[in-house]
Write a protein that binds this ligand. Structure first.
Ligand code: 2YG
Ligand code: MG
Length: 259
């Protein structure tokens, strides 16, 4: 799984402001309103304990400070534990945290100690980016394309099927594709099919996965994928609206989903 780099998380406040503006323009709602509608709840005021984890590739220098920024951006009280790992876990619980945020290289979780709900970032990210794509005001049909059926893309595709969208999907990994066809009933799509889409969820760790034949003029591409799947020249030629941000939108979805 692609690990964030400190560079990815630079200027996070600018990145979220810009994306929230685009989301508001193309869906009519901002990220907070989309989460409140999707999870049918407000955040209320849980106290968030953020625990640095040294496992695997270890600490990402601005990861937990970025999480604290996000927690405060949504008006919540949060703290980063002084110590990492289990010492940090003990500290967070002892300091009265209601929700814990912690990540190793394989999974990033939010765990609500009050209602025992737990969610992973890849599921919460897949669902919220799918939700954003599906709310495109100018969409001409309920046909939507999902590129990438790994943990994030599968969660997004599953959410869209549950919402009654006609989900077309592609993934070079035949096993991922077969699994999504069998379990979700999505329609396989490959780039030389003549069909074009006005809504696209791109969830791959690869660049330039979107080609001209896939998209309608003025479509919406919603992607948590780093690097970006939309080649800039195609983005400008087809005047594509692009929602792409490294962490805030996914974490917002995590927090609302465990309330
Ligand atoms: O506590 C730390 O600093 C590190 N143990 C954090 C490691 C996070 C690794 N995971 C990732 O970089 C991403 N999967 C996080 C989610 C990105 C969503 N676009
Ligand atoms: Mg990508």
């Amino acid at each position: 799984m692609a690990l964030l780099t400190p560079e990815d998380l630079e200027n996070l406040s600018v990145q979220i402001e810009e994306n929230d503006e685009i989301i508001k323009r193309v869906t009519g709602l901002n990220i907070k309103e989309i989460c409140e509608e999707l999870y049918e709840t407000k955040l209320n005021s849980p106290k968030i304990g953020i625990i640095p984890i040294t496992a695997g590739n270890g600490i990402i220098s601005n990861f937990t400070s970025s999480l604290l920024f996000i927690v405060q951006y949504f008006g919540l009280e949060g703290f980063i534990t002084e110590h990492p790992d289990i010492t940090g876990y003990h500290e967070a619980v002892s300091q009265g945290a209601d929700i814990l945020l912690m990540a190793d290289d394989h999974i990033f979780v939010a765990h609500n100690l009050r209602n025992e709900k737990i969610v992973s970032n890849h599921v919460a990210t897949g669902v919220i980016y799918a939700e954003i794509a599906s709310k495109f005001k100018e969409a001409s049909s309920k046909d939507i394309l999902v590129i990438g059926l790994g943990r994030v893309g599968y969660a997004g595709a599953s959410h869209l099927v549950n919402k009654g969208f006609n989900v077309y999907a592609c993934d070079p990994n035949k096993e991922f594709l077969r699994k999504a066809v069998d379990e979700l009933g999505i329609k396989p799509y490959c780039s030389d099919d003549r069909k074009k889409f006005s809504m696209v969820l791109e969830a791959t760790p690869n660049a330039d996965t979107i080609s001209e034949g896939m998209i309608e003029e003025r479509c919406l591409v919603s992607t948590p994928g780093i690097p970006c799947g939309l080649p800039p020249q195609i983005g400008s030629k087809y005047r594509v609206d692009l929602v792409m941000e490294p962490l805030v939108i996914g974490v917002a979805s995590m927090l609302y989903s465990v309330i």
